[in-house]
Design a protein around this ligand. Structure first.
Ligand code: KIV
Length: 269
């Protein structure tokens, strides 16, 4: 339940990772408090340059797949660009569709003060909302790139954004690519948990994109991503070994093949 995540503030760090498929959702679910079906699937699954091209249908497809792999973590699904910004009513229509078709009980939306009315509208109608402020990738074209946000005068606006989404009823807020001191001041000032990504050690929880931290997606490597494994390198080595064995006719070996005649069973002991 989202309330249980809110209650973790000040108690224990909240562990969040993204997932997009059933097998990966099973792994994430075994270790994390929240599993996020992030619209980062644009880049890491679909090869798109940004999250702008993600559709409701893409989120629903991956949301359903993730739900099949979860038993205990809280599922949250991103609302895609263009599905909620127009009006609170549009946001409710699409949030209820995402929830109804996937079974995921919570949505995440990007934006601070300007989305507060929408967050309050959704929460009042039974939609738990995780907010997302700071670097909001769906606004990359107006933010002017994937830069750190909140340095100097921008910090006051970010603080006001955090307070606005908390007051509107969000159950947690993602802080993306903020200076660590500002992230700490925000974390100390609001009653809901902050989930950091590139926002330093003092947030109430942390989130990473699973393909980044496993070293599966290597097109770019932001400073805030720690690679906890190098699965991309391992996959290359495995595929190269397979290709070599097929070309050398050493795979499949007898143990991978079916004989024409089954060996006779020996006498019973
Ligand atoms: O889409 C996503 O994966 C996200 C996280 C990085 C917070 O929004």
């Amino acid at each position: 339940m989202p309330n249980a995540i809110t209650a973790m503030k000040g108690q224990s760090p909240i562990v969040v990772l993204t997932a997009y498929t059933t097998p990966m959702a099973r792994i994430v679910d075994a270790h994390c408090d929240v599993t996020l079906v992030g619209d980062s699937l644009a880049m890491v699954i679909h090869g798109l340059p940004t999250t702008i091209g993600v559709t409701m249908e893409m989120m629903i497809l991956h949301g359903k797949a993730v739900m099949r792999g979860l038993e205990k973590s809280l599922p949250v699904i991103d609302m895609p660009f263009g599905s909620y910004e127009e009006s609170p009513a549009q946001a409710f229509r699409n949030a209820s569709r995402l929830m109804g078709e996937t079974g995921i009980p919570c949505v995440k939306i990007e934006g601070g003060q300007h989305m507060a009315e929408t967050i309050a509208f959704l929460v009042a109608r039974g939609v738990p909302v995780m907010a997302h402020i700071g670097l909001t990738p769906q606004s990359v074209n107006t933010l002017g790139g994937f830069r750190v946000v909140g340095r100097d005068a921008e910090g006051d606006k970010l603080m006001a954004d955090a307070k606005a989404v908390a007051d509107a009823g969000a159950f947690a807020v993602v802080l993306e690519k903020l200076p660590e001191g500002l992230a700490k001041r925000i974390t100390d000032s609001i009653s809901i948990p902050t989930i950091g990504i590139g926002a330093g050690i003092n947030c109430d929880g942390q989130v990473l994109v699973i393909d980044d931290m496993l070293g599966l997606f290597t097109d770019f490597h932001p400073k805030f991503v720690k690679r906890f494994a190098q699965l991309g390198d391992e996959a290359h080595a495995a595929v190269a070994a397979y290709a070599a064995e097929v070309r050398a006719r050493t795979f499949p070996a007898p143990e991978h093949s079916f004989p024409d005649v089954l060996p006779a069973k020996g006498p019973r002991a």
